[in-house]
Design a protein around this ligand. Sequence first.
Ligand code: CUA
Length: 174
Amino acid sequence: MISTVYAITLVGIGLVMAVFYFVIINSKKTEADYQSITKKWYGVRSKWFIFLLALGIIVTFASLNPFPIPDQHKEYSSNDYQTVAVNGHQWYWTMTPATVKSGQPVEFQVSAADVNHGFGIYDENLVLIAQTQAMPGYTNKLIHTFDKPGKFKILCLEYCGLAHHVMITELIVE
Ligand code: CUA
């Protein structure tokens, strides 16, 4: 009887030792595996980071548009540009000259005599093609090249008082 208990105890101790041994062996093996996995995926992670960085830079530059407003301080060459002086008044436009040529860029020098107006150029279908603010004390440069002749409408784009809606004039492009 005692020898049976002794045998069971020994076998039990042996089994527990075997389990411990198994766990120890496998834990070391797992640690080694884990290290190799870590090393491998850290490499992937840094490549992924470089890929995302490059993608970000490429997408940023590929989606850049030229700044839509011309350089306000640049002196545009009088040989290459036609110049039109525009002044907004309550409630009419003065525009000198009121006729320009197509195919050559026009520099509109836009200002206002009294309050803020909005200088908007519309084509024959009343589609807005270019615009800038007309402000007292400032001259805003707006550059536009008309690609074909036609009659264009100038409308005021900013509410400037009672007769704002009658601030309409015509620009002829030859
Ligand atoms: Cu000028 Cu509205």
